[in-house]
Design a protein around this ligand. Sequence first.
Ligand SMILES: Cc1cc2nc3c(=O)[nH]c(=O)nc-3n(C[C@H](O)[C@H](O)[C@H](O)COP(=O)(O)OP(=O)(O)OC[C@H]3O[C@@H](n4cnc5c(N)ncnc54)[C@H](O)[C@@H]3O)c2cc1C
Length: 467
Amino acid sequence: MLQTAQDRSDFAQSTGNAVVNIVGGGLAGSEAAYQLAVRGISVRLFEMRPLKMTPAHKTGNLAELVCSNTFKSTAPNSAPGIFKTELKELGSLLVHAAPAAQVPAGKALAVDREVFSREVERALLATGNVERVNAQIESIETLPEAYATIIATGPLTQGGLASFMQSLSGGHGLYFYDAIAPVVDASSIDRGIAFAASRYGKGGDDYLNCPMSAAEYDRFYDALMSAEKMEFQDFEEARYFQGCQPIEAIAETGRDSPRFGPMKPVGLIDPRTGKHPHAVVQLRIDNLSRTAYNLVGFQTKLKYPEQKRVFSLIPGLRNVEFLRLGSMHRNTYVCSPLMLEKNFALKSRPDTRLAGQITGVEGYTESSAIGLMSAMAIWCELTGRTWALPPRASVLGSLCHYLFHSAPESFQPVNVNFGLFDPSLFEMPARRMGKSDARLEMGKQSVRNIVKWRDETGWMPRPWNPR
Ligand SMILES: Cc1cc2nc3c(=O)[nH]c(=O)nc-3n(C[C@H](O)[C@H](O)[C@H](O)COP(=O)(O)OP(=O)(O)OC[C@H]3O[C@@H](n4cnc5c(N)ncnc54)[C@H](O)[C@@H]3O)c2cc1C
């Protein structure tokens, strides 16, 4: 094992071409592999699929999106929108590969998951520096010698590595639950009932909407409440990730909760009645050929036959064919404020880095961004540059700050959001600004700060843009 910086540097010099092992070819692993490989660093990418599958992945594709097919908003006054602009400036593979796979989804960046994976694989292949090894890794000790190893095995880390991850947080494994929403066949949706529209007419007819009257909603709600759910193991506590609550857990908080949550009818007029429906189930395009739609916000852990029974009560879905049913999975992460150095290396093993969701971020884009950070830190070391975390006055910097400075006892995974920002770090004009304008302004400064930091670090973006 290459323990010290000197060992690692000697190794890199003796090989003339440093090699990095990456375990896990998901969002973070693929991003890290690309960023290193495109800079001439050889990567061995260990991915177990399709030899072995996780409970959520369905293919052997790299960077598979396990649930929703969206990377969230692109609006310049939203945290996900600013975040993607920052990542674009750093040459993120995810942000540059997504447009080739884009499907219409209003202001959100949504993709055809198959095409997106294909694009990522093409980018990695084009570097000529990535060797994909199809194997489930049980222990990092068994990996071939390398300058460093990045573990990016994600929330569903399998086999012996899962126990290793558990042991990292002092035996008190941190976890929460993430759920998957069903996907239905487009041709089986009743278009006499489901109407195409986006909220407030923004985004054209990107969504299909299944409108419900008060009576239909009540019938659906009662069926949802009485449906059988998959149970957690006795020793497990139901800790859900906020924003990924199963629809039945939302319903348990009150009869109107779904109607004020994922089933809210605001901004939508049913063309059959000319009025707002009582509630709405939105369906989002799931693939470029528009043959599949997912049920927005309908993550669930109802038993499979119950999903078919209850969701078929939604007007427009009476005879729908389910291409994939919803499910729920345990999602593991480590306590980064305690376990990680600022270069994403384990304090206990400096040659082993972490990336992606296991560091305590949540979401496709966030996971990929930490893959980029982990790779960038390695590149800085190998090229003799000084690694410093991105500036706090940016979305990426705020996310990293959260990972390293949170109180360990209450550390929980996060999506990017304005709550991570410290507004006092931004120079705001003296005149009063509305919330939206203020966010737009902070967004502009964030992107500028990232570009400045990028240039000072000497990082030249190498975007994948084959077309
Ligand atoms: C059920 C579920 C639903 C989710 N839904 C969403 C969503 O809708 N939107 C969103 O933004 N985020 C969602 N997430 C959160 C998360 O951002 C994604 O899971 C994201 O893919 C994490 O990226 P990653 O690279 O860290 O892990 P992954 O993308 O999961 O990649 C990890 C890779 O490691 C491989 N692997 C695991 N163990 C081993 C091993 N021992 N040896 C070799 N390979 C191994 C896996 O096969 C996988 O390819 C969801 C998570 C879960 C669990």
